[in-house]
Ligand binder design. Sequence first.
Ligand code: FES
Length: 249
Amino acid sequence: MKQLLVPVISNKLVMPETHLLTVDAPEIATQARPGQFCMIHCGEGYFLRRPISVHGVSDGLSFLVKVVGRGTACLSQSQPCDTLDIIGPLGNGFSIPPGVRKLLLVAGGMGVAPLAFLARTALLQNLSVTLLVGVKTKELVYPLHLLPGGVDLLPVTEDGSEGKKGLVTDFLSELATKSDQVFACGPVAMYKAMYRLKVKKAIQVSLEAWMGCGMGACYACTTLTRQGPKQVCRDGPVFEMDDILWDKI
Ligand code: FES
């Protein structure tokens, strides 16, 4: 884990209010694993850093930055030649267990960011990857050109404007039977719905939590697990789905 001031390489608007921000940070990129995140300073006047998942490590260290408030709005305006203050990589990411050949990745909204990184990593190991992405409408579907060839992308939109109509959980059970392992990233409501389906496959989930420090010091991100309270930033953000006490969070 390093704290660095790094130059911005590029900033592209890839979906509404969502920027693909790439920085030159090889010291972090070479260490980062899918599911890990960085704490990024949003600029002058912002005290707390924002936790942002690593989206990719080829051609620079990249992040998908969704504008959700003033800090991310400021960050999304970063331009080449600006520098960003970044700490990372942080947390424990996804791990592909030995013997797993077919991965089903389930993304809710912006949860696609770390899963796109996982997809690229899995393909480099000659594994099969299906990416189920659930969003409200077709404008929010992750752009196909950002995915490596070989990923089977299955969009699901709530309004039916692209792909299947519905929610990712409407299609999870059937797709899970064709996979060896499920990896998910999305909102807690999506995870609770997935948990209720009682899918007979191991599922790793990347938990979202409000974070103050991102390094285990402030306890703002504590969640409840079968092994007791855990810190999402340090013990996670990736956990086994069955370890989380979903009815208590
Ligand atoms: Fe401070 Fe996790 S964010 S302990």
